[in-house]
Design a protein around this ligand. Structure first.
Ligand code: SME
Length: 144
């Protein structure tokens, strides 16, 4: 796991040094993470006024807008911190874009101390994410 994350981190670092467009970089980061770890859904939501709007992702069709403070994504935005959900059925207000999602991690992205988006990852396994994922995904998102 650690070795895979180290490699992904180096690849993302190289990627963002060559391209400054945030959408292009988010698209490739979603693809790289999704391919490397085989998660169910891997993608970004960007802050757009009072809601999050769907950004680049890999996986099944997802909901396009999530209001501030709603679901795991909107809560991570509101709190400004990473949220790990071992069992989505136990998270009050979880938004089920796919009934096959069992666990989830949402990492906020910051610009000048304000949340500008989130990285959202869903797994079909329960408890798929731990502190290793928090550590590396926060580092990867900081590169963006
Ligand atoms: N489950 C998320 C919604 C986004 S989908 O998982 C892609 C949430 O509760 O915010």
């Amino acid at each position: 796991m650690k070795e895979k994350y180290q490699l992904v981190y180096r690849q993302v670092k190289a990627m963002v040094s060559k391209e400054s467009d945030p959408i292009a970089n988010m698209a490739n980061v979603a693809a790289l993470l999704h391919e490397t770890f085989g998660w169910w859904w891997t993608g970004f939501y960007r802050v757009d006024g009072e809601s999050l709007v769907l950004g680049p992702f890999q996986g099944p069709v997802a909901c396009t807008r999530i209001p501030f403070g709603c679901g795991v994504c909107g809560t991570a935005w509101k709190m400004g911190e990473t949220i790990v959900v071992p069992d989505v059925e136990q998270f009050p207000g979880h938004i089920a874009c796919s009934t096959l999602s069992r666990s989830e991690i949402v990492v906020p992205m910051f610009e000048d101390d304000a949340v500008v988006g989130v990285l959202d990852i869903d797994s079909k396994e329960l408890s798929a994410f731990d502190q290793t994922d928090v550590f590396w995904l926060e580092k990867i998102v900081a590169l963006l």
